[in-house]
Design a protein around this ligand. Sequence first.
Ligand SMILES: [Zn+2]
Length: 170
Amino acid sequence: MDSPGAKQQSVGMANLGTTTHSYLHTELERRRASLQAAAGANVSDASLRRLISSVDEALARLSGGTFGICEVCHDSIEADRLLCNPLLRFCLDHLSSEEQRALERDLVLAAGIQRGLLPRADWSVCKWQARYHYEPAALVSGDYFDLIENEDSFFSCSATLPARESPRPC
Ligand SMILES: [Zn+2]
């Protein structure tokens, strides 16, 4: 029978996959080299030393099998968040209040960008007019849709956006 720690390790690492694990390792090594180059010019910069230490800790978690495990609840940290920031140590449920506010600001900004990508509500070309209703399931979610004019014709384009993946044309 596995210990709770062993089970948590396998859950966190299983969510990453071999390709993602390799990517994250390469990304962390790249960040470390960049930080060391920057620190070389300014060895007294404490923030650079802390960042290098954070990268080293993430590399140790990666090689030790605990990467992607929340340090508070021992559940898996969301894989999409880890791909954006491999230094994360906590899942969404355990963000600080400052981190929660920053995340909320980012979501509001992303929702505005997503709405800005939609065609105009009064879109028309020649005798064609378009109407649509857009209602995301969450603050930022949903499929991609656009209308592209080409002289006297137009193209419609849409793509599904499976949960937390890249758009796929359909
Ligand atoms: Zn957690």
